[in-house]
Unconditional design. Structure first.
Length: 235
């Protein structure tokens, strides 16, 4: 990708970033001040408006990374571009996975009485996050570019296998984690909570998409610089 095109792309998505942040701030305002306190959990339940969106973003980007990886394996002509997409998507999946674990622990401390419990939902989420971390370890310590890309694509697919396991874990095993409040029949959440959660989730997804586009350009630039350095060393 020519440098001028990269700069133009980066500038375009950087401009879209500001309205995405604005929508997210509106969503957080609604969650903090428009919605009343929960009758059982009190004020702490408001972290749901951060925890649930970041968890969904982790799911979306880890699944997207696997899709990019599969496309790269099937269509060799776009393998390099798909590998860069996978790299950027896993970066986001790792960050959002860490945020989901952190906010879940913050939520769990006052509601369960502990920061961590080897609950099926928490454990499977941790496994998913660690696989994403393994992706970065492999890329960092595999010197051969093609081997690095092949290994990374395989690990990205393995990470995505965990997504449905994480999602359905509360239904498969006995869990202290609450079930899917908004998709199960007879869910107890009120319509206003559902609306605010939807706004926050859509806002976070939009924000993450903008970050993905910016990160994708950064990944391509990093690989170009790495190739240039290797070329100078070989010369």
């Amino acid at each position: 990708m020519p440098q001028a095109h990269r700069d133009k792309t980066f500038s375009l998505w950087a401009k879209i970033l500001y309205p995405a942040i604005f929508i997210q701030l509106v969503g957080w305002y609604l969650g903090l001040f428009w919605i009343g306190a929960d009758k059982d959990q009190g004020e702490v339940f408001r972290i749901m408006f951060v925890h649930v969106p970041v968890a969904w973003c982790a799911f979306v980007w880890i699944l997207a990374a696997a899709v990019f990886a599969i496309i790269g394996f099937v269509r060799k002509s776009v393998f390099e571009q798909m590998d860069q997409n996978t790299h950027a998507a896993i970066d986001l999946g790792t960050v959002f996975g860490a945020l989901a674990l952190a906010t879940g622990s913050i939520w769990g401390r006052p509601t369960w009485g502990v920061w961590w419990d080897w609950d099926p939902r928490l454990t499977t989420t941790l496994v998913m996050f660690l696989i994403c971390c393994a992706y970065h370890v492999l890329r960092s310590f595999t010197p051969d570019v093609q081997a690095r890309r092949n290994a990374g694509q395989i690990v990205a697919i393995l990470a995505a296998v965990n997504v449905p396991i994480v999602y359905f874990s509360v239904n498969i095993w006995r869990s202290v984690h609450q079930p899917q409040t908004f998709v199960r029949k007879g869910g107890s959440a009120s319509p206003d909570i559902g609306l605010v959660l939807l706004v926050n989730t859509l806002a976070m997804l939009l924000l993450s998409f903008v970050i993905f586009k910016i990160r994708r350009v950064a990944v391509a630039t990093e690989e170009t610089l790495e190739a240039a350095r290797e070329g100078r060393n070989q010369a």
